[in-house]
Design a protein around this ligand. Structure first.
Ligand SMILES: NC(=O)C1=CN([C@@H]2O[C@H](COP(=O)(O)OP(=O)(O)OC[C@H]3O[C@@H](n4cnc5c(N)ncnc54)[C@H](OP(=O)(O)O)[C@@H]3O)[C@@H](O)[C@H]2O)C=CC1
Ligand SMILES: CC(C)(CO)C(=O)C(=O)O
Length: 331
């Protein structure tokens, strides 16, 4: 199949390379140094899915109408990237590969003739230099939309993508987006202190901060009436139990996620943006928890503080000392 990938960074590059390896015809969009590197040297993928070097057509906007589109930008770039490609893409089925809660709604609004789905990925991919991606944790991805059971198009699309990388179609996608939001509470602290996710979770006091942000996010989700979807064995029952546990026990949750991630250091997607001097997605992750809390008439002080600290690092370009984070969170 001809597949268009908008945003060939960490996950876009991973999907592009693996789809080419599976025999699909792939065109990607990129810009600046990334575009130059992919045009001249293709995409080099290393790590959890083996080594592969994919030659793909690359330009700033898709030139040919594909049979399927993956939108793989960060959340804050999605609207502009979709708009730039709308003339070619509107009417084509779209899969938005994105963290946060808004990806599918944004694509559906901007591409009224397309059938839009979302994909939640637990793959950890590090975009180490233009055109080069290293997968530090391979994992299943979950595809769907809305609240109901998986529809036929989601199943067909998951089957196509599974030729390259494991993807399952799931029901209750909106609840699963919330579960992924809880997993993404792993992103902020590593980004603030400039360490890997594994290092942060191994640090007793930082792990407590991560656990506190997760517990706060779960409580906000429950206040919003969310039924958490199941991802990698983490679902509604376990998260409800976690929301009631004291933090001393709740620290088990980030610890279990860290064990699943393995030992190859993963920076997380938020820190990767910072290292490239780019704005982060934090307003769509911890910031989303703060907005959802406010909609429920609550406050989310842990997530508000982490959002502010990530913005501080964005502005200064320098990570903060661990003590500063602990002081800001009174941890
Ligand atoms: N990386 C990971 O391990 C994981 C990421 N995710 C999620 O997947 C999504 C993608 O993340 P990730 O792959 O890390 O992001 P990256 O920042 O690595 O890649 C996004 C790419 O999109 C490009 N881009 C941005 N705007 C445009 C535009 N207008 N036109 C063309 N290209 C554009 C960027 O180019 P440029 O560099 O020039 O800005 C970049 O190459 C995010 O929502 C993230 O949270 C989910 C699970 C794991
Ligand atoms: C799963 C995880 C934490 C992988 O790094 C991720 O979603 C991200 O980095 O944004």
């Amino acid at each position: 199949m001809r597949i268009g990938i908008i945003g060939a960074g960490a996950l876009g590059g991973t999907f592009a390379a693996l789809l080419v390896r599976a025999g699909h015809e792939v065109e990607v969009t990129a810009r600046g140094a990334g575009l130059e590197a992919i045009r001249s040297g293709g995409i080099r993928l290393t790590g959890g899915y083996g080594e592969t070097h994919a030659r793909v057509t690359a330009s700033e906007v898709l030139a040919a109408r594909p049979g399927l589109v993956l939108v793989c930008t960060k959340a804050q770039d999605a609207a502009a990237a979709i708009e730039a490609n709308a003339a070619v893409v509107d009417g084509v089925p779209v899969v938005v590969v994105q963290n946060g809660l808004e990806g599918v709604a944004t694509a559906s609004r901007l591409l009224p003739r397309s059938s839009c789905m979302g994909l939640l990925s637990i793959i950890a991919a590090n975009y180490t230099e233009p055109g080069v991606v290293r997968v530090t944790t391979p994992a299943t991805s979950y595809l769907g939309r809305g609240d109901g059971p998986p529809d036929d198009e989601s199943r067909r699309t998951a089957a196509v993508l599974s030729e390259a990388v494991p993807v399952v179609a799931i029901g209750g996608f909106r609840g699963a987006q919330w579960t992924k939001l809880i997993v993404n509470m792993l992103n902020a602290v590593p980004a603030i202190v400039g360490r890997s996710v594994q290092d942060v979770v191994d640090h007793r006091r930082l792990r407590r901060v991560v656990a506190a942000s997760m517990r706060e996010a779960v409580r906000v989700g429950l206040a919003r009436g969310i039924r958490f979807g199941s991802l990698q064995g983490l679902g509604d029952r376990r998260l409800r139990l976690f929301a009631r546990l004291p933090l001393a026990l709740g620290q088990l949750l980030p610890w279990l996620m860290r064990v699943r991630m393995g030992n190859v250091p993963n920076l997380g997607s938020t820190q990767q943006s910072l290292r490239r001097g780019q704005p982060t997605e934090v307003d769509y992750l911890n910031g989303a928890v703060v907005r959802e809390a406010s909609a429920a008439g609550l406050e989310a002080p842990v997530n508000a503080a982490l959002t502010a600290l990530v913005h501080e690092v964005e502005a200064s370009g320098t990570g903060l000392p661990v003590e500063r984070v602990l002081a800001a969170l009174s941890a």
